[in-house]
Design a protein around this ligand. Structure first.
Ligand code: UDX
Length: 425
């Protein structure tokens, strides 16, 4: 099949590359000419496991363009994978989506627009009206949300838990199902609004689990229990399952923070106060800041103290720092007058962290530090020579924001170790 993909970001590139890998002929279109030029030269603008290989491997079936007509020409399906960032009001900014809808050329055959970008419930209906107003009745519309996580996006796309297809017309749903031929997963057919809600609800539920276990962790700290054991014991209940029960310093990324705000806002716009989601968001904001209290309890005032942040990306396996807890931590530490150094194996801190010294290695970041905070659970940090790390530091205080390291091993190395929700010695 011929597939057009609008948007060459994390979602668009993975979608395009995976569909090309299935055997479809794919054209990826983006408005940023430099990005398209780079992709044509074989340069991938993001760090995503397996994506470079997939793009390289499927070169013959993949084209990149800035031209709308070129991308839509001959296409049966036009995927929309553009950004939908939050506005000041917390609503999703759909301007990039509207630009795509308004730019769609007139075609003399049936094509289907498939929405991959996360949009508020009701967007599909409004887009349908707009297409009809433009006289584009032969353009079908389908909501086909993505559930890929960064770092494992290629694997998630190829082996999804389910494929959700919400359509106004069953014939359009059938076209989108055909695009996924060869992907073995249950297909949920539903109306457009339900498909839109499935995406938002799934994300909100995952965030709820994280904020829940983070609050349990905080109570564990106050009562002497160990959240890692608690999560293990809770997760073995088959009704609950083990996933998204890792306590830490809060969730970040391009989806959770934005989508939770958008869903909360969507509810309030309809006159409903989504109390649980509001609490989930607030717990997460507080969780990012709790590390500051932990440092102050051990070091007193942070003014003039050197704190090393190990990991900057919002999670391992990605260079993405959007809404990363590292941004809040760095900001708070600088505001308290601390001297902040940081290291990440792939995320470029220079772009986002004014006033923070970006080191070339974890050990360099730790030179002369009064405290280290493990922010992202990069495997490199598990394998770090912690004896050498301790020797480089002025004080061996270590806050493990992801409960990645073994507390007794770290204590044996002379570290004053504190995790999240674990007994403090
Ligand atoms: C998420 C959803 O998983 C994906 O389905 C959706 O399409 C996009 O949003 P992503 O943001 O890439 O994907 O990463 P994810 O692995 O879900 O992690 C999100 C954040 O939650 C990270 O900051 C991670 O560190 C945090 N997290 C995750 C926890 O703190 N504890 C956990 O148990 C799991």
């Amino acid at each position: 099949m011929r597939v057009a993909v609008f948007g060459a970001g994390y979602v668009g590139l993975v979608t395009g590359a995976c569909f090309a890998d299935i055997g479809h002929d794919v054209v990826v279109r983006d408005v940023v000419a430099e990005k398209i030029d780079a992709l044509r030269r074989g340069k991938v603008p993001i760090h995503e496991e397996g994506l470079d290989d997939l793009l390289e491997h499927n070169r013959e079936r993949l084209r990149f363009t800035t031209d709308v007509d070129e991308s839509v020409e001959g296409a049966e399906v036009v995927y929309v994978a553009v950004g939908t960032p939050p506005t000041y009001s917390g609503d999703a900014d759909l301007s990039a989506v509207w630009t795509v809808v308004d730019e769609l050329p007139r075609v003399d055959r049936r094509i289907v627009v498939a929405m991959k970008s996360t949009v508020p419930v009701g967007t599909g209906r409004t887009i349908r009206h707009r297409l009809d107003e433009r006289g584009l009745e032969n353009v079908g519309y389908v909501s086909n949300p993505e559930f890929t996580a960064e770092g494992t996006a290629v694997r998630d796309f190829k082996h999804p838990d389910r494929i959700v297809i919400g359509a106004f017309d069953p014939a359009d749903a059938e076209v989108v199902e055909r695009v996924h031929a060869g992907i073995d997963a249950p297909v949920i057919h539903c109306d457009v609004a339900s498909a839109e809600m499935i995406k938002l609800a799934a994300n909100a539920f995952l965030m709820t689990r994280i904020s829940f276990i983070n609050e349990i962790a905080n109570v564990c700290e106050a009562t002497g229990a160990d959240v890692v054991k608690v999560a293990e014991g809770v997760g073995l209940d088959h009704r609950l399952g083990p996933h998204f029960l890792r306590a830490g310093i809060g969730y970040g990324g391009s989806c959770f923070p934005k989508d939770s705000l958008a869903l909360k806002q969507l509810a309030s716009n309809s006159g409903y106060h989504f109390q649980l989601l509001a609490a989930v968001i607030e717990v997460n904001e507080l969780q990012k800041r709790r590390v500051i209290g932990k440092l102050e309890r051990r070091l007193g005032s942070l003014r003039g103290k050197k704190v090393a942040l190990l990991g900057l990306a919002f999670k391992p396996g990605t260079d993405d720092m959007r809404e990363s807890p590292s941004l809040v931590l760095a900001g708070r530490l600088l505001a308290e007058g601390a001297d902040v150094s940081a290291w990440d194996p792939v995320a470029d801190g220079r772009v986002h962290l004014d006033g923070v010294h970006i080191a070339d290695s974890a050990l360099d970041a730790l030179d002369g530090a009064d405290a280290a905070v493990l922010v992202t659970e990069w495997p490199e940090l598990g394998e770090l020579d912690w004896a050498e790390a301790g020797a480089r530091m002025r004080k061996r205080l270590l806050v493990d924001g992801r409960n990645m390291l073994d507390p007794s091993e770290m204590r044996a190395l002379g570290f004053d170790y504190e995790g999240i929700g674990r007994a403090v010695e």
